[in-house]
Design a protein around this ligand. Structure first.
Ligand code: DX5
Length: 235
């Protein structure tokens, strides 16, 4: 899945359409408020404007100090999945349940320093856990491999829960680093700068990431009948 962060913000509609043409599974909008992280990006109006150009779902990664205030705005803007930071939520269980009440799927993100156990008691109201593999705020940063043991712990927690929860990683994902993340148990991968800069173009970048992730996770190429499942697993 691409992050829109490296896109040409003056042509977001075209950029979104081109990402869909490249065969991505979903598109992630990195929402930043300039306080939780030292950067400022997309309001709900921008995402709502881009919605008509996309044939795939949107997810909003809210890197903001007060996500409760903004949840409804991003669901209304067309985000089918809303991710909040555990570090920004005093009542994380209530916030995640509220995202579902609003009709979207719920996600919780953990900064590199935040332990996996923080999500132990909210898994029943969670559809996705995001383990950040960079310190949030900017694209183009170096992958933090020391997060991988946390990814493995989250994978065990999710598997033991028996719940259908996606495990996503975000930050510094390339056709090299994705192998470690997939082997650790991640099944959803966000790529920004590497995908945008890939010499073979975005479609080839998407396929390359899927190929490396499948191999590292010991997942074969999907047979025709279950190709969709494989896409969901490795989106
Ligand atoms: C950080 C952002 C980035 C972005 C991906 O706050 O969340 O991780 O999505 O950017 P790259 O792939 O360039 O690290």
């Amino acid at each position: 899945m691409p992050s829109v962060l490296p896109a040409d913000f003056a042509r977001l509609g075209d950029e979104v359409a081109r990402l869909c043409d490249a065969g991505v599974d979903r598109i992630q909008w990195d929402v930043m408020d300039g306080v939780f992280v030292p950067n400022l990006t997309f309001g709900p109006g921008i995402i709502a404007s881009a919605r008509q150009y996309s044939t795939v779902g949107f997810e909003a990664h809210l890197m903001v100090v007060d996500p409760d205030e903004l949840l409804g705005r991003y669901v209304e803007a067309g985000c089918e999945l809303v991710i909040v930071h555990a570090e920004a939520c005093t009542h994380l269980h209530r916030t995640l349940a509220r995202i579902r009440d609003l009709g979207a799927r719920s996600g919780v993100s953990l900064n590199p320093h935040t332990p996996a156990d923080v999500v132990e008691h909210v898994l029943p109201v969670t559809d996705l856990v995001l383990a950040m593999t960079v310190n949030p705020g900017f694209g183009g940063q170096k992958y933090i491999a020391s997060v991988e043991p946390k990814v493995s712990r989250l994978r065990r927690m999710i598997d033991e829960s028996g719940l259908a929860i996606e495990l996503e990683v975000d930050g510094g994902i390339t056709d090299e680093t994705i192998a470690g993340a997939a082997a650790a148990g991640a099944d959803v991968f966000i790529s920004g700068s590497w995908m945008y800069n890939y010499a073979g173009g975005k479609a080839a970048a998407v396929e390359r990431l899927r190929e490396v992730a499948r191999e590292a996770a010991g997942v074969g190429a999907p047979a025709a009948e279950d190709a969709e499942d494989a896409e969901v697993v490795l989106s």
